[in-house]
Ligand binder design. Structure first.
Ligand code: G6P
Length: 353
């Protein structure tokens, strides 16, 4: 218990450590003064061709987010579940960069994908938390996310650190040093602290603890956050939860929406109005809508509850929105008396394929 620093669970401690984890991740890499993003470990990495991400679980959601960041910078980037990646059946040249996103650096599926990529002649990069891990040793390059040890099985602070590391990677690989991104990254730890200090999600968790199922929707950079919100809910509460790209809701999942299924809608950035359209569809079916937003005045009229997050730009606000969903799952699981740090059937690091 000593390791929990007074928190009931490692998960809550690690959620609260996120501002520190972010500061560590950004330290000496993002300079507002010099307007540069520098990752020492990647100093001699030259990207010429496309980027392929391989990852599992929460790290896969970070990879989806990262691939989108790269594409926005003009870099062709694809994302693969590591267990579905077959280096022999997709185009790989010596110009391909394959990035393994893995907190532990030990996940068997990710290791196998990285080995296959190396054999196929790609350049490989491990984005990991663990110094000297198998992934770090397997790859040509390694970028550490510096989150510090994570004990809770459900990944929290490592996800946030992966997202920040991927934002920096997008700057390094595209050789663009957007002063806006730099400024926003520097502010992010304080803004995350603000979410932790002001979150009203505990009461909402309590209100919906008996729900039949939980749905999460988001567009663009929020789409992977919706998937992650649902995964976290499943992992630690054992309740049915699903995440969707907001636009997909009407292509099937809407049939599942009832008065007993709260829908958590991530409504931030320039896509807000479009996602609001999906919220109206849900509302018409009588489902409670909980909006996680940086634009409360826009959504107030349509949402049953509003969870506010500070505005950090279209790319980074979803990182803050995710924190509300981590806390949501935590408080639902806590109320249900679940084994939060060690959920049934799950392992921190899965070393079998
Ligand atoms: C396990 C953990 C997940 C994690 C996944 C990938 O399933 O329970 O929380 O996201 O492995 O782990 P990695 O260490 O590769 O990021």
């Amino acid at each position: 218990d000593a390791g929990k620093s007074g928190y009931d669970h490692y998960m809550l401690k690690e959620i609260n450590e996120q501002p520190l984890a972010l500061r560590q991740c950004l330290r000496e890499r993002v300079s507002e003064l010099e307007r540069t993003i520098t990752v020492d470990e990647l100093a001699d990495l030259e990207r010429r061709g496309p980027v392929q991400f391989v990852a599992c679980g929460t790290s896969y959601h970070a990879a989806l987010y990262g691939a989108r960041l790269l594409r926005e910078q003009g870099i062709p980037a694809q994302c693969f579940l590591a267990s579905e990646y077959d280096a022999r059946s997709i185009p790989i040249t010596d110009e391909t960069l394959v990035v393994g996103v893995t907190q532990s650096g030990e996940t068997a599926d990710t290791m196998s994908a990285l080995r296959g990529a190396n054999q196929a002649g790609a350049t490989t990069l491990a984005l990991t938390n663990v110094v000297g891990s198998s992934a770090a040793r397997e790859c040509n390059y390694v970028m550490y996310i510096r989150a510090g040890p994570e004990i809770g099985v459900a990944a929290t602070k490592t996800f946030v650190s992966q997202q920040a590391a991927l934002a920096m990677l997008s700057g390094v690989l595209s050789e663009t040093h957007s002063s806006e991104l730099i400024r926003r990254l520097r502010r992010l730890p304080d803004q995350l602290q603000q979410v932790l200090d002001e979150s009203a999600v505990r009461e909402i968790a309590s209100t919906y603890v008996d729900a039949d199922a939980y749905f999460f929707i988001g567009r663009g950079y929020n789409a992977p956050v919706a998937l992650e919100g649902a995964l976290k809910m499943k992992e630690i509460t054992y309740k049915h939860a699903e995440g969707f790209a907001a636009g997909e809701l009407k292509h099937g999942p809407l049939a599942l929406v009832t008065e007993e299924t709260p829908v958590f809608a991530l409504i931030t950035g320039p896509n807000a109005a479009k996602t609001l359209g999906n919220v109206k569809e849900v509302e018409a079916r009588g489902a409670p809508v909980i909006a996680v937003t940086d634009q409360p005045e826009l959504v107030e009229q349509y949402a049953t509850h509003v969870l506010e997050v500070p505005a950090a730009g279209r790319r980074l606000t979803p990182i803050l929105a995710n924190v509300q969903l981590q806390l949501l799952s935590y408080w639902v699981a806590n109320e249900l008396g679940r084994s939060i740090d060690k959920p049934r059937n799950l392992a921190k690091s899965v070393t079998v394929e």
